[in-house]
Design a protein around this ligand. Sequence first.
Ligand code: NAD
Length: 359
Amino acid sequence: MNSINFSVPGKKTTVPIHIGKGIFDKIKSAIPFNKYSSVLVITDENVSHHWSKRIHEVIGKKAYYLTIPAHEKAKTLSTVGKIWTMLSKKGFDRKSLVINIGGGMVCDIGAFAASTYMRGIHFVQVPTTLLAQADAAIGGKTGFNFNGLKNTIGTFSAPVAIISDTVFLSTLPQREYLSGFAEIIKHAIIADKDLFKHLLKKDFTSLSSKELDKMLSVSSNIKCEIVRKDPFEKNERKKLNFGHTVGHAVEMACSNSPTPLLHGEAVAIGMIAEARMSLLSGYLSEKKFRDIEKLISKAKLPNKTKAIYKNVISKKMLSDKKNVRQQIKWVCLKGIGEVEVDVDLPGEIMEQGLRYILK
Ligand code: NAD
């Protein structure tokens, strides 16, 4: 097992992140369950389908269990309402605990509900997708989608622990698994040349459990360090948004189509568009740009989206919550591990960057 400590934004405490295969079984030795008056376990339908027996065995009969619908479409105020209703009806008090067992969707929405119920109760994140283990469960951002926009309502709130058990990945569909590498690739691009070179040599479909644990630890550490330096996204943390301005817009643009993209897939396309804009602005070399494209294609992630979405993508980008006075603030790459944030780009560069990812 690998363990990392994440510094809680604005506080002097740290959150332990445990990474390893089979560690969920020992959750009771990592979290003092007896200290809590009640425990609610939140999962989604798919996690429950594969893992409910194991979860019940490990957590026990005294806890309450809530299964919410799977997928991004359920990341709504109505689902938050279901969680609050359960907490309230079952008499959960301020000394209660919520355990979110699922992908980024369950972790984000369960954490939001816990962080606002009675002005905030304790919660634990047990991410079960690679994407959530590498990214979503770390960093203290919680939230849900509102009015057609991603994560518009949310809080900054830290869990008491993060338990990243890679055994859960055994039931994850291959497409979901590969989607998780997008955020690991992003961490390498923005902060770690060595990790980037290492990933270029890897076959993502046949990593050993030890290699995956190591990769997750390095990647998680990058996110922890960035968040430690800038918990409330004043500067350094904005680097983590690389690929996400275009990525979120692409994800939302095709969310109601018969072929929606997964979050990591949309971020992969977003990273290509934003790296292209960096190249066109003279920040990034052609060689580095091609390496980024190569790495994304090695992870079998998509690099283009349908041209029919172009207008919706442009519109969604203009309502991105990171914008200042309707002006998009870009994360530009100067190299691998060299990033500039809050860059204003000319319309023509944005247009060309976007055109590059359309098919
Ligand atoms: P997800 O939670 O929707 O999970 C993807 C799919 O995998 C779902 O169908 C889910 O039911 C299924 N699943 C989960 N675990 C499984 C398992 N072990 N076996 C089988 N199926 C399983 O999506 P995701 O890709 O994990 O996360 C995306 C979400 O994370 C988005 O909502 C995004 O906004 C959010 N996110 C948040 C942050 C943050 O900092 N808070 C960062 C990145 C992404």
